[in-house]
Design a protein around this ligand. Structure first.
Ligand code: PGA
Length: 252
């Protein structure tokens, strides 16, 4: 049985005090509730404060990106060790906004993934096709390439620790969510591919989140699908009520 996992990706939102309040509200509303794993991903500047708020709770803390070296002359970058130092146990890698605005390639994601695993940070690796790619019927080919390249050189034991987030780019921040059937088709495809790359039993263990315009109103249909193991939530995670409704609604 795969334990469902829900992530709140706050992106470039929330000043420190706002982040503190939001994290506190989420913690309060989820106190004593353990049906799913929950991780929040505040911006770097709020990590330390949120880490304090979450201390002693079961809610995990993660960063939205990182560099692969542990230290050095890399102006503007944050290392895996720095993330651990501030209390993170998770990191998002290869989000489509990183790929689109900062030119992140599968090769860079692969380096970051290896560093995350080396330093014992749990990675969420994001994949997903653009609208154009989908219109051309290339979604499986694109996602297969992203997975094969990003996970290159990873052992089956390491692979079990990875969470994949399938986030079709056309659904991110657009209000256009994939239908449960569309999500299931891609998740099933990804699981089969992971089974081929590693082994069928590893494929069965790896959790695959859906991301892209997840809301309290659509989470149940998505979570009813066999291969959807949780969600990575952007906009709707910026407010405690809607995020917690998604988390709890997804586990009914
Ligand atoms: P969204 O973002 O929920 O605002 O569509 C999801 C994501 O980018 O992880």
């Amino acid at each position: 049985m795969r334990k469902p996992i829900f992530g709140g990706n706050w992106k470039m939102h929330k000043a420190i005090r706002e982040a503190e309040t939001l994290a506190r509200e989420i913690r309060l509303k989820l106190e004593g509730w353990g049906k799913a794993e929950v991780v929040i991903f505040p911006p770097f500047t709020a990590l330390k404060t949120v880490s304090g708020v979450l201390s002693g709770s079961s809610i995990g803390l993660g960063a939205q990106n990182m560099f692969w070296e542990k230290e050095g002359a890399f102006t503007g970058e944050i290392s895996p060790l720095m993330l651990k130092d501030v209390g993170c146990s998770w990191v998002i890698l290869g989000h489509s906004e990183r790929r689109k605005y900062f030119g992140e390639t599968d090769e860079l994601v692969n380096r970051k993934l290896k560093a995350a695993l080396h330093f014992k940070l749990s990675p969420v690796v994001c994949v997903g096709e653009t609208l154009e790619e989908r219109k051309k019927g290339r979604e499986e080919e694109v996602v297969e390439g992203q997975i094969r390249e990003s996970l290159r050189g990873i052992s089956p034991q390491e692979a079990e620790k990875i969470v994949i987030a399938y986030e079709p780019v056309w659904a991110i921040g657009t209000g256009v969510v994939a239908t449960p059937e569309e999500a299931q088709r891609m998740h099933q495809f990804i699981r089969k591919l992971l089974g081929e790359i590693f082994s069928p039993s590893v494929g069965e263990k790896i959790r695959i989140q859906y991301g892209g315009s997840v809301k309290p109103e659509n989470i149940r249909g998505l979570m009813a699908q066999e291969d959807v193991d949780g969600a990575l939530v952007g906009g709707a995670s910026l407010e405690a009520n809607s995020f917690v409704e998604i988390v709890k609604g997804g586990c009914l």
